[in-house]
Design a protein around this ligand. Structure first.
Ligand code: FAD
Length: 484
């Protein structure tokens, strides 16, 4: 886009949204060039709409000027989904942060997309209700981002990911039309476009309002911290619990490396000499919880747990969880940089895959800390590195690719919950046949977003998008607007 065209677009956007809600200077835009991955790219302009109509106006102007639209919530995404690789108009939804309605009888909440996940949970708590998706980033991430990425979280093991907790969506389509998908009552007739929109990572439309299904907070909750000498023993406990017929609401694992990073900073009480700890939570009616608790404890001890602590009071449970919730932040304090990966394997393959992950990490010369949703078989290796070291970013990306390959070869997939985004686009060919990818491409194109709405995301190939991770980076680096 020429400077004159960009200036004209910015003036039009300012007229539509108000001058204070359109940013176009490099020093302002730099705050919007990244998400929580390691790739970066500057938008040409960032806008902050307050209403659905303003979102639609911004989309129509971007269309008129022929530049891409990239939706963004809080930018905590871990697959580069909100990184505007081809520049364009970034539509930041954080001003649309109103909880419109909480209906305690029908157990429904209606929210704008910029509502922070934790703020919603705090508003629901006095009513004894909760929205099940609880990503570990919930203090920062938005409901719109959760919907776009079909996010999971520690407690989605039993409850299912975001798609199971969204009843209806108001969406601005790539042609500026405002549509409503799904319905306030379950099982809306017709093709489930609501389901298609959830997890579409901003490629099909911009979510401007979400009607959410709420669940009742449980009468009784018990959290366990089980301490093991090895990841293998902890993995065996995960299988052992499920073999006994229980699906706890959460089963999270932290390995020795992450325990040694977290404990000195957070003081959650995780033993520094443990090979791994498991956080397991069961909830329900008091009697059922007591029974499940006994089963969990037995399974852990049988798998070789050297200690099983149990907490029932909220403050004690929160203290055990604090180490898990603050783990990723603690890595940030312990290493100059880290690359957080997301893969998924069948639960039973966890011990073997973890061994391969650690061997590969050593081979590439990095340290790796693991904190993950073990119950789902959802791995999160965190590769720590120093970007100042020559070639470090290229090697860390190559290691990431090798680890994803291990997950796929083990019968798993390239993402458990963080989405495909920019990062894993080229890996999609490992898990889908060309005909499958064609079907997804046709669905995207039917919404009119191809090359316009969040281009170069999710699906491999595409006009102006390089393929392959290294090639993608090379393309990004050759673009003068982009800094990697
Ligand atoms: C420390 C940490 C822990 C995390 N833990 C978890 C976890 O436990 N589980 C999990 O699943 N994820 C986790 N994540 C990843 C991330 O927080 C989630 O994907 C989250 O849902 C992203 O929300 P966001 O508001 O930050 O979205 P962004 O990063 O801003 O955007 C994510 C994607 O959604 C699109 N998007 C955003 N808003 C809209 C909208 N209104 N309409 C259409 N598209 C939109 C963007 O274009 C982008 O593709 C974690 C991240 C961090 C940094």
């Amino acid at each position: 886009m020429t400077t004159t065209t960009l200036q004209a677009l910015v003036s039009d956007l300012r007229r539509a949204l108000g001058p204070r809600h359109v940013l176009d200077t490099p020093e302002d835009l730099i705050a919007f060039e990244y998400d929580a991955t390691i790739e970066r790219a500057l938008p040409d302009v960032a806008v902050f709409p307050a209403t659905t109509e303003e979102v639609a106006a911004a989309v129509l102007l971007a269309r008129r000027y022929g530049v891409p639209v990239v939706p963004r919530g809080s930018g905590t995404g871990l697959s580069g989904g909100a990184v505007p690789v081809n520049g364009g108009v970034m539509v930041v939804l954080t001003r649309m942060n109103r909880i419109v309605e909480i209906d305690t009888l029908d157990r429904v909440a209606v929210v704008q997309p910029g509502v922070i996940n934790l703020h919603l949970q705090e508003a629901l708590a006095p009513h004894g209700l909760t929205w099940a998706p609880d990503p570990s980033s919930q203090r920062v991430c938005t409901v719109g981002g959760n919907v776009a990425n079909n996010s999971g979280g520690p407690h989605t093991l039993a409850h299912g990911s975001t798609v199971n907790h969204v009843l209806a969506l108001e969406v601005v389509l790539p042609d500026g039309r405002i549509v409503n998908l799904g319905s306030r009552v379950p099982d809306a007739p017709g093709i489930d476009l609501r389901g298609l929109m959830v997890g579409s990572e901003g490629t099909l439309g911009i979510v401007t309002r979400a009607t959410l299904r709420l669940v009742r907070a449980s009468e009784s909750v018990r959290t366990f911290l089980a301490v093991f000498d090895s990841v293998e023993a902890a993995s065996e406990a995960v299988s052992g619990v499920i073999r006994r017929g229980i699906i706890p609401v959460a089963m999270e694992m932290l390995d020795q490396e992450i325990i040694r990073i977290v404990e000195p900073r957070i003081h959650a009480g995780y033993p520094l000499d443990a090979g791994a700890v498991l956080l397991i939570e069961v909830e329900g009616l008091a009697e059922g919880v007591a029974q499940d608790a006994a089963t969990v404890e037995a399974a852990c001890l049988e798998a070789g747990a050297r200690e099983v602590r149990s907490a029932e009071a909220k403050a004690e449970r929160d203290a055990l969880w604090e180490g898990r919730k603050a783990a990723i932040g603690a890595i940030g304090a312990a290493a100059p940089a880290f690359y957080l990966l997301d893969g998924v394997v069948p639960r039973t393959r966890l011990p073997a895959v973890m061994k391969q992950v650690m061997a590969l990490t050593a081979e590439y010369g990095f340290r790796c800390a693991n904190v993950f949703h073990a119950g789902d078989g959802n791995l999160h290796p965190n590769i720590m590195f120093d970007p100042a070291e020559p070639d470090a970013e290229r090697r860390v990306l190559a290691l990431g690719e090798a680890i994803m390959r291990v997950c796929v070869d083990a019968g798993g997939s390239v993402t458990g919950e963080h989405g495909v985004g920019l990062e894993k686009r080229s890996y999609m060919e490992w898990v889908f046949r060309p005909a499958d990818l064609d079907a997804m491409t046709m669905a995207r194109d039917a919404f009119g977003g191809a090359g316009f709405f969040n281009p170069c995301k999710v699906l491999p190939g595409g006009h102006g998008c390089a393929t392959g991770h290294a090639a993608e980076l090379a393309a990004v680096m050759s673009d003068p607007r982009v800094y990697v």
